[in-house]
Design a protein around this ligand. Structure first.
Ligand code: 5GP
Length: 175
């Protein structure tokens, strides 16, 4: 059997993007490599597939790329989380603090059923604010978060502590 690809090798770091002092992890180099992108989705499916989720919830924009592929692979539904003014039907929303200012994310109010098992997927876990906001909206709909997956977890920022205690958290790459 072929050994799994080292996915970290396909991510590049761009210094001072989008502003000075930030070392941005660029995942477009992974996306543009067919076998690496497929391996990434296969690894996410292996880590999250057994949780019995019927939906994957993802924030725009990079989360959509991984979430849609994972939903297809697992045969489960995909729920988009978007910036204000993008979703057409009635929404719920959560506003959360950034380093400077706030951000707001929306989800359709009828996206999830009460008691439904749900996973959250994003490309990267940094401070945890985005994922926490998504988890809050899942709980507002009385659905059950059963796990979160990331391509990359930036350990040093401690984002995992902002999530629900004990929730299965599966990054593919620690950095
Ligand atoms: P957090 O809310 O955990 O601080 O930030 C995570 C969110 O910001 C994710 O939705 C992710 O897409 C984006 N993000 C923050 N830093 C980076 C980065 O260095 N690379 C990429 N690809 N996304 C990032």
């Amino acid at each position: 059997m072929a050994s799994p690809l080292d996915l970290a090798h396909y991510i590049r770091s761009i210094p001072d993007f989008p502003k000075k002092g930030i070392n941005f992890r660029d995942i477009t180099t992974l996306l543009s490599d067919g076998p690496a992108f497929r391996e990434c989705i296969d690894q996410l499916a292996a880590k999250l597939g057994h949780l019995g989720a019927t939906k994957v919830v993802c924030a725009e924009a990079r989360g959509f790329i991984f979430g849609a592929a994972l939903a297809y692979k697992l045969g489960i539904g995909f729920v988009p989380v978007r910036k204000p003014g993008k979703l057409p039907a009635r929404t719920i929303s959560v506003t959360y603090a950034l380093e400077y200012g706030t951000d707001t994310l929306h989800m359709h109010a009828d996206a999830l059923a009460a008691g439904e098992r749900v996973i959250v997927l994003d490309d990267l876990l940094a401070t945890g604010g985005t994922c926490r906001a998504i988890l809050q909206m899942i709980l507002m709909q009385h659905a059950i978060p059963v796990g979160v997956g990331f391509l990359i977890e930036l350990d040093a920022l401690g984002g995992r502590a902002k999530l629900i205690e004990g929730l299965a958290c599966s990054p593919l790459i620690d950095s």
